[in-house]
Design a protein around this ligand. Structure first.
Ligand code: FAD
Length: 280
């Protein structure tokens, strides 16, 4: 860890904004978060219809902060030639880290492409570019929605780690034991690389509930009930959310989590409140 890095090993994720105003705002958010000396930033791809070109554009803008910036990259629906070109472009642009994903097929779209799963993408990146890129992959402490069960999903997870990933970032979750259980299962299969918990701040109950249903993250009943009771009171939701998620983060760190990766949703304040609550 560099001496300039935040002692907790934090990192922040952004999505490519759709509007000029969104892009301007992201530059401010980037600067506020860069001041906390994260290990890296990452920029999603595909979510909300963003294209790889938009991700590249935002990676360029975000990396001007001097912080390592990792584009997310998915293989579903792509041919090897396209992925090869993209990797070459990222290399030329000085990108050294990637988040490698299978991704999801937009409904009604045709061909799956040449690589079916993330382990095949990791293998492809290693074959094409050797050790040039640091590669992170996704992990699902509460199981990927399409997996038949958690054990099968952890086996598939171990496969992509063995294909050459340097670390993993998890889907968000609100139950610390789900993370510890997942890490134990992965370690039992020989996975040695860091598995960083992905952390979602709670700011908007309706959006969080919709998101969580889609990606298979569970909002425990006691949290759901409390959030529902606040109705439209966004201040109360934010205060409760900060408290719940700060305590989750502290438990994860105390239990040995090797860092925290925050899903910022392009907002600085909610994650900074959490970071400031944590013991360094
Ligand atoms: P995989 O690891 O390939 O797993 C997908 C499913 O297939 C799982 O059920 C797994 O058990 C199974 N599986 C895996 N390998 C095999 C195999 N070899 N044989 C049989 N079954 C197998 N989505 C986006 O669109 N853009 C993003 O930027 C983005 N960023 C993300 C970042 C993180 C940290 C996380 C956790 C998720 C992100 N996602 C993103 C969501 C992700 O694309 C979806 O969850 C997708 O459905 C799975 O991608 P994966 O890389 O985890 O797939």
């Amino acid at each position: 860890m560099s001496s300039h890095e935040h002692p907790l090993g934090i990192s922040f994720e952004f999505f490519p904004p759709n509007t000029d105003a969104g892009r301007d705002k992201l530059i401010h958010v980037r600067d506020e978060l860069a001041a906390r000396k994260p290990r890296f930033f990452s920029v999603t791809y595909g979510a909300g219809g963003s294209t790889q070109a938009r991700t590249r554009e935002v990676v360029r803008a975000v990396s001007e902060s001097g912080i390592t910036t990792a584009p997310h990259l998915s293989c579903i629906g792509s041919e090897k030639a396209q992925l090869r070109d993209l990797l070459a472009q990222y290399r030329e642009e000085g990108v050294e880290s990637l988040v490698a994903l299978r991704g999801d097929m937009p409904s009604g779209m045709g061909s799956i492409g040449e690589l079916r799963y993330a382990n095949e993408l990791v293998e492809f990146i290693r074959t094409e570019t050797g050790d040039h890129f640091d590669i992170a992959v996704a992990a699902y402490p509460e199981s990927h929605p399409q997996a038949p069960n958690l054990d099968k999903d952890v086996e598939n997870f171990a496969r992509k780690m063995k294909a050459g990933a340097n670390m993993a970032i998890t889907q968000y979750f609100f139950t610390a034991d789900a993370y510890f259980n997942f890490v134990d299962k992965a370690r039992a299969l020989g996975v040695k690389q860091p598995i960083i918990p992905g952390i979602m701040p709670i700011t908007n109950y309706t959006k969080l509930a919709r998101f969580s249903d889609a990606c298979g993250a569970e909002i425990p009943r006691w949290i759901r009930k409390q959030l529902e009771s606040y109705g439209d009171d966004s201040e109360a939701i934010a205060a409760f959310g900060t408290d719940v998620v700060s305590r989750l983060c502290q438990r994860l760190l105390d239990g040995g989590a090797p860092g925290l990766h925050f899903y910022t949703l392009n907002q600085a304040a909610p994650v900074l409140k959490i970071v400031d609550n944590l013991a360094g």
